[in-house]
Each structure stands twice: as C-alpha cells, then as structure tokens.
Design a protein around this ligand. Structure first.
Ligand code: FES
Ligand SMILES: [Fe+2]
Length: 369
C-alpha cells in the first residue's frame, strides 16, 4: 500500500548529487531560459548546469550556440554570469562576447567566431604551422522548444530533444507557448534538493494542508488527497472561476485555439529534469530549476503572457503572479522542511501514499538512470 521513496542519502549527500550530474544533467537536455532572453545578434548568457558553466551566444546569423565557458588556451572563464556580484575592488574585465557575436578571451585575446572556431590567436594564428582548427571551443548542444532554450552537456551523445519531451508537446499543443513573452519573473532560493521540489510538484496530497488559497480556487485539489485528478483534460476550478488568479477570472483574453476544457481548466506538466509548466487559459507559469548543491535549488519562475496583453497600457501581472507567489512560498517552505527532516540520522527513506502515485515517476526516473 505504501511504496518506499528514494533513500534519504540521495537527497542530502554530495555523492548522489555528483552522480546525478553525470547521469542526468550531463545526459539530458536541460532547460535554461526563454529565447527572448537572448534574442539579438551578439546577445549572450551564462548558465550553471549542475556545476558546469555554459556560455550561450546568439551569433551574427541569428543562430544560437552553446559552449563550455572555457578558453582553449589556458582555460580562462570567458564570461561571468551577468548577475554575479563582483568582489570589492576587483578589476572589471571586458566582456568576451563582442557586439558582432565574436568571442574574445579576456586573457590573451584568443578569438572565436560564434560557431566556436578559433579565428585568431595573437602572434600565433599567422603561423601556418599553428593548427587553429584543433582549438575550437568545447561545444554544448543547444535546441529550442516552445520558446524554451535547452542545453545538452554532451551533444555527441544526445538524443533528440523531441524524444526527451515525449508526449508533452502534444498535450500542450493548443497553447501558443512559443509566442508568449515574459511579463514578470520571480527568483527563489530554495534550501532543498531538486528532487524534493519535483516530487512536491508531482503530487497534490499536500494541497489541502499546505495551500488553503489554492484549494479555495480549485476544490478538486482537496478531494481524496488529490488522487485521480484528470490532468489530461485539466483540473476544473470552483464555479465561476477559470484561471489561476486571486479572483479566478482575468481581464486578459483566453489564448485562441484552446479547447472548451482548456478555457476553464488548469493543466500542469513536468518536463524532466528541470522544467515545470502550469497552464491557465490566459497565462502560463514556467519554473526552471537550477540545482546548486544537494540541499539547494534555485528556481526561476517566469510568468508568460501573450505579447499584446503585456503591451496593453493597463497590463498588470500581479493578479496572477502574487497568487502564484503565495502558493510558491508555501511550497518552498514545506520543501525546506522536508530537506531538514530527512537529514536526520533516523530517517532512511520515506513513503509514497497511494494518492501520491505520480511520485513514483521520480523514483522511476532516477532509478532508470
Ligand atoms: S586563456 Fe584565453 S587566451 Fe589565454
Ligand atoms: Fe504545492
């Protein structure tokens, strides 16, 4: 009746975290951002994927490329994340990525084009004996689905992104995900293992005790511990409500092309390993998980709207974003309590109750890898 969850040490120790970097984050497509965040020639971003720094660049021809953020000469980091605080007094080095998309290492000025090929190394590259072609940047894989940019750390071994996503694109095909834009963003630092955050997203057994406001909007979350929810059709709201806002309604138009059920119900998807989608009829909330260590996960929560709504003079995301923030903060608080609790020496593993069936997904997902 009760199934054992993964052993607690899988959520708390460095050994499991390093293993997951190798077996999951280096071998799966990992969501990193929205395409609009790197929209123009010469735009760049740096992302940490389970401890690997990856440089994403929009080249002159408009294509996206991803590289390990490491110069082939003596290994200098090419770019630092734009939001990384600088040490007091430390010199600011020039950005490696030039407006034309060329990448010039700040150390000895080895220069790469946006495909990663070395095109210049001062005093060396004029020498015909210097094998420039052997010193391209280390490539990472890069692909886009529904406006989300994904990166793969070992592109030579990568399956197709579509194969990894499986049936998800079909299930959300009526939502215009690719054309939605970020209307608001909240960044959270959660002191819990990334799998705890996924498992929590996967079940609604906790919704009654943890989310009173959410259950007032979606009473189905309270019944039977969330067991048997028909996620394929979406979950219905209380009478008169049709979206995830404080009022359950919105002045924003529903996305065109939704089915009748999708115009009034709520859908959710977990695209392993690190992208959650919560789909309402007029906004989509996306969560990108960034595991930082065994007991720390940064979560980027993006609120996506139709561009014409964002451009409307009266656009106000707060009816949705503040509702979600309330629900999110409840989730992060309970996830942190789980991390604290399972770190006890007496707790070897937990249990999944039958109404948490979706949780078996995570156990299977980890064990298969
Ligand atoms: S380390 Fe990059 S050019 Fe020397
Ligand atoms: Fe929750």
């Amino acid at each position: 009746m009760l199934e054992k969850s993964l052993p607690s040490c899988d959520y708390t120790g460095q050994t499991a975290f390093i293993r997951e970097k190798e077996t999951i984050f280096a071998r799966e497509w990992v969501a990193v951002c929205r395409e609009e965040e790197i929209a123009n020639d010469g735009d760049w971003q740096v992302f940490d994927i389970a401890g690997e720094s990856i440089l994403l660049v929009r080249g002159k021809g408009g294509g996206l490329s991803a590289f390990y953020n490491v110069c082939r000469h003596r290994g200098a980091r090419l770019c630092v994340p734009k939001d990384e605080p600088q040490k007091p007094g430390r010199a600011t080095l020039p950005s490696a990525v030039q407006p034309n998309g060329l990448i010039r290492c700040p150390y000895h000025a080895w220069t790469y084009n946006s495909d990663g090929a070395l095109i210049g190394a001062p005093f060396l590259s004029e020498d015909p004996a210097f094998p420039k072609q052997d010193f391209s940047l280390y490539p990472a894989g890069c692909d886009v689905w529904a406006g989300f940019v994904f990166v793969h750390l070992i592109p030579a071994e990568a399956r197709k992104l579509a194969d990894q996503l499986g049936a998800i694109p079909d299930r959300v095909q009526n939502y215009p995900l690719g054309s939605l834009r970020i209307g608001h963003r909240i960044r959270y630092e959660v002191d819990a293992n990334w799998k705890i955050v996924c498992e929590n997203y996967n079940e609604c057994y906790h919704c009654g005790p943890v989310h009173p406001e959410l259950c007032a909007l979606v009473p189905a979350f309270r019944s039977a511990g969330g067991a048997g929810l028909a996620w394929d059709d979406g979950i219905p709201h209380r009478p008169g409500a049709y979206t995830f806002t404080w009022s359950g309604t919105s002045t924003r138009a529903a996305f065109p092309g939704l089915s009748a059920a999708e115009r009034s119900n709520h859908k959710g998807e977990l695209a392993y390993p690190n992208l959650f989608l919560s789909l309402a009829c007029e906004h989509v909330t996306a969560y990108i998980l960034r595991p930082r260590g065994p007991s720390r996960t940064d979560v980027e929560c993006l609120f996506l709207f139709a561009p014409e709504e964002i451009n409307h003079p009266t656009f106000d995301h707060t009816d949705a974003s503040s509702f979600w923030d309330t629900v999110n903060q409840q989730d992060w608080a309970i996830c942190e309590r789980v991390q604290q609790g399972i770190s006890s020496r007496v707790h070897e593993h937990g249990y999944y109750a039958p109404m948490e069936d979706a949780n078996l997904d995570m156990r299977r997902y980890i064990q298969e890898r």
